[in-house]
Every structure is written in C-alpha cells, then in structure tokens.
Design a protein around this ligand. Sequence first.
Ligand SMILES: NC(=O)C1=CN([C@@H]2O[C@H](COP(=O)(O)OP(=O)(O)OC[C@H]3O[C@@H](n4cnc5c(N)ncnc54)[C@H](O)[C@@H]3O)[C@@H](O)[C@H]2O)C=CC1
Ligand SMILES: CC(=O)C(=O)O
Ligand SMILES: [Mg+2]
Length: 607
Amino acid sequence: MWRLARCASSNLSRSLRRRCFYTAAIPGPCIVHKRGTDILHDPWFNKDTGFPLTERDRLGLRGLLPPRVISFEHQYDRFMESYRSLEKNTQGQPHGSVSLAKWRILNRLHDRNETLYYRVLIDNIKDFAPIIYTPTVGLVCQNYSGLFRRPRGMYFSAKDKGEMMSMIYNWPAHQVDMIVLTDGSRILGLGDLGVQGIGIPIGKLDIYVAAAGINPQRILPVMLDVGTNNQKLLEDPLYLGLRQPRLEGEEYLSIVDEFMEAVHTRWPKAIVQFEDFQMKWAFETLQRYRKRFCMFNDDIQGTAGVALAGLLGTVRAQGQPLSDFVNQKIVVAGAGSAGLGVLNMAIEALSRMSGNNEMAVKNKCYLLDKDGLITKERKNIDPAAAPFAKDLKDVEGLREGASPIEVVKKLKPHVLLGLSGVGGIFNEEVLKAMRESDSTKPAIFAMSNPTMNAECTAADAFKYAGPNIVFGSGSPFEDVDLGNGKVGHVNQANNMYLFPGIGLGTLLSGAHIITDGMLQAAAECLASYMTDEEIQKGILYPSIDSIRDITAEVGAAVLRAAVEEDLAEGHGDVGPRELKHMSKPETVAYVSRNMWFPVYSPLVHEK
Ligand SMILES: NC(=O)C1=CN([C@@H]2O[C@H](COP(=O)(O)OP(=O)(O)OC[C@H]3O[C@@H](n4cnc5c(N)ncnc54)[C@H](O)[C@@H]3O)[C@@H](O)[C@H]2O)C=CC1
Ligand SMILES: CC(=O)C(=O)O
Ligand SMILES: [Mg+2]
C-alpha cells in the first residue's frame, strides 16, 4: 500500500544537512603515481595554480606554474567571474550559441581540473544543470563531432567484437562504481545521433557526481557504437562514429552481451544505467540483463518513478486523499519506452491501491502514439503497448487513432502527460480543452526533452489551460507570472530526481541486482518528500538546489528496500548486519556521509 509518511528527515533539517556536506568530507591524502607535467595534465589531480609550494616540491612541479599560489576559493571566484562576464558579453546573441559558449567554458574546466569543475557545478547546480544536462546537452550531442576536442569515457564499437574483455582494462581507474551506457539510438527527443550520443552519459554522470556525490574517478560514460541509421550523419565528413547502418538482431545483442560481460569481469559491483536506447532494445536489454547484472533502464524505470511521484502530487494538490488516484483519468501521449514505463508503474501502484483490480485501473489510462489513440482495432500493434489498447466499446464516441484534441475533448482527463518527443502537440486547442477537465486542478506534464521537443511551453499551458493547472516539464522553464502576485509553478519532471539516488542507494547496499521493490521505494520517497503546503502551491518536486538532499533520501530508501529484500551485501567496511540495524535517519546520514565532495586533497607520490 502506498504510504505518505514523510521521509526520514524533515524539511527542518534540510539546510542543516546541506551544511554538513561542506564540512564532513575533509579528505585524506590521495596517492598519485605520476609527477610533474603528467599531473598538471590529469584533471583528476590537477589543482592548477592551487598547488601549495611544498606539494610543488614533492611532485616536481616547481617552475612549471606561475609562482603565486591561488586558493581554491579564489580560483572558484575567478572562474565564476569569467562565466558571468561571458553571460554579460553574449547578451542579445542567439540562445543556442550562448548556451554552447557556456557549455564550452564549463567543458574546458572539466577537461582541466575536475575538483574545481564539480565544486562550481554543485554550488550552482540550478544555473548549470541546463548547460551540462537538458536542454543544452541535446545541442552538444547534435554538434558533437564539430565540438570534439578531447575524448571522455570509453567507446566500444562493432569493430571491437572479441576485444572488449581486454579493452575494458584500458580504463585507468582501478574501481568504477557507476557506468552510464548508450547506443545513441534515441537521444532525448532528437532521434538517432550515433556516436554523438556520448554527451548524454557524460551529462548524466555529471548529475551523479553533483547530486549523489559519486566520486568522479569512479564513473565511466560509455558509447556502444553499432552504427547509425541517421543518413545525415553517415554523409557528414566530420562524423566520428562508424559509417555503417546500425547492427540489428543477434549481431546487435552479441555486442551488448560482450560489453556487459567485460564490465562485470573487471568491476563486478559496478552499476550500469542504460540510457536513451530506442524502445525495442530498451525493453529487450532490460529483460535480458536485470536478473544477471546490477543495471536499470533510466528512461523506463527512472522516468516512471518521477512521473508517478508527480501524479500522486497532483492528487494531493487537488486536496484529495491518495486513494483518489484510482479515479483519475490519465492520457499519455507517447507509447515508447518512457510512456509505457510510466503507465506500467502507475498501474502497478493504482492496482495495489484498489485491491489489485488491474483491469478497472487500466480502463482509466489512455495511450496515444504517433497514429493517435491506441485501440484493439490497431493493426501491427507493438506487444509492449497492447495491454493498454482500448476496446472501442469502452471509449464511446472515440475512434481508433483519435487525435489528442478528440481524446481530451471527449474524456476530460485529470492528467495529460506527454512523452512523445514531439514539440508542440499540446497546442492551443488541446490546452484550452483541458479547461473542461473533470479535475479541479488538471495536470499537464510536457515531459519530452529537450525544450523544443516539449509538448507545450509552461507559458502556453497556463495561458490556455488556465491558472489552476499543475504543470511539469522534462526541461526547465521559468515560473510563469499569472498577474496579481500569483505564480504558475513549473516542476521539472525529470528522472534526474531519481536516478542518482537509485544508483547511490544500490551501490551502498551492495545489492547485485535492482528490483522493482527498490525502484518503488525510490518513487515513494520522492512522492512523500514535499509538504502539503508546497503541494498546494503546485510545487511537486524539490528545488534542484537541494538535489543532494532528495538524493540522500532516495538513496536511503533504495538501500533500505534492498535490506528488506535481503539483497544488501554491504559496501566497503559496512556489512549487511550493520545496514540492517541502521534506523531510517541513520541510513540517510550514512548515505550523505558517503557522498564525495570536491576539495583539494593533499597528493602523495608513490612509484
Ligand atoms: N522527463 C524525463 O525525465 C524523460 C523524458 N523523456 C522524453 O520522452 C520522449 C520519448 O522518449 P521514449 O519514450 O524513450 O521515445 P520512443 O521513441 O521510445 O517513443 C516515442 C513515442 O511517441 C510516439 N509519438 C510520436 N509522435 C507522436 C504524436 N504526435 N502524438 C503522440 N505520440 C507520438 C511514438 O509513436 C512513440 O510511441 C523523449 O523526448 C525523451 O526526451 C524520456 C525519458 C525521461
Ligand atoms: C531525461 C531523459 O532521460 C531523456 O529525456 O531521455
Ligand atoms: Mg534518457
């Protein structure tokens, strides 16, 4: 049964815990096996002008840097100053080129000095997330071959068949905790971007470091390049990936199998997050690997939890008890990995609430794809979508393939949720029709990314559907001024609220698989995080500024679920017995304590 108990620690302690992040993680010395310029060129260890003189002596750096030692805080201020002057100097220029310029300045720092990079990222996550993550990361992927300067992460291609087991040992880190893997076949709503999709694992792992405090020396972004079906890229002389059509069938799976075996052999405890795979492979690989490896699919499972938390928040915003969720009519536009993941999880939750009456619940959920409403009349229906196909007699007045406007006008849904990847399909007419919703506070979630692919903008949603709506979007929008001092709140309904906690909680639990129970615990935790007061204002998720706080809570919920399922084998010095005996608040504190925080560690050279 769904609970809505507050998470282990109350709002009151949020700022207190945040302060702890800044003081708890005083680092011990860090062993390096290199000296001199090799250190200056290694972003894991480089401190630029911040190397103290004694360290310069010890590491053979004397004379390789200007003499003055600049403190970390001063370096931070200098970077932020140059970032702010970039902002000022590019005012009025086209948005895309300004965003790319901001990405470049951040990326240069990332390439040079990771400690400083992650510190500015953590402290300014609200400003920088839209640059290193959606929406700018989409633009970066589209232009990746031209932007490419230095490699980041690993690239396994169809040409590497038979070699992956040895290739994996080319990665310089002894330990890897978190891998984000893509084959580039469905990058955000931008389609097949081939090898250029590597920007997504890089951006997701930046969020892992910022939100979950995964040590950046233990992350690995991976591109599996099995070709591309994007003709434009195949013809682009700058394209850096394999110039061949995508592998299909067994040939494709054998590449993914080989990669998974190689990773598991070198780092048996590493967690692999599958990201932005086209639907057929997203579902197939999830089923294929989830019982054998520690992995999950973020688009199917992470998104589902965030959407479900949003849907439950919507019920609360209406002033209804959670049990009223079963009465909500939910229309989902987009029958891909994300849309189906959301419906499957919502139905599971709903049917638990209504005494496992799955059929009754399914009747309240409606699914549309590019050909409109999916009914049993549909020819060649995708097997994954088939369970949601409507019997025409149950949707009187609607036809097979009915358009969004027909569906909304007829059904007057409580929730209209977009995961179609198509910008603007919730147009003025559709949004105006939502004014007639059966709900007092209809919910509109335009969850597709990046911004131009969102089903509608925040401003249009409030303008046409009215001020009473609850609004969520996958990419950020500004809150909307509704006049008379009223604000239309924008919620960033993005899986970034869950995947970092799923990864961190699993890692610290030492579980060797990620179960539905662990994912459900993550969603429940997010759903219960906000106070009634916040929810009444239409605020369904915490501010991105406090993403470490929510990630600590989600991580703890995942860890405790693993303990309850007897899957927790422990991590480092903390064994399963200790995990079992931790109270809820102790688990949250344990998770917080294990978050890496960027400060310069004293470097000690060892041959
Ligand atoms: N906010 C978030 O956290 C997340 C957002 N997404 C976004 O969701 C979108 C879809 O992702 P996937 O499901 O993985 O893609 P997908 O390619 O598997 O599915 C897209 C679905 O949309 C349908 N569609 C296309 N045009 C449509 C239209 N005009 N009306 C209704 N449906 C239409 C397609 O038929 C297909 O069923 C992407 O833009 C992605 O960025 C995905 C995961 C997380
Ligand atoms: C957010 C995300 O995972 C996506 O748009 O695919
Ligand atoms: Mg994704």
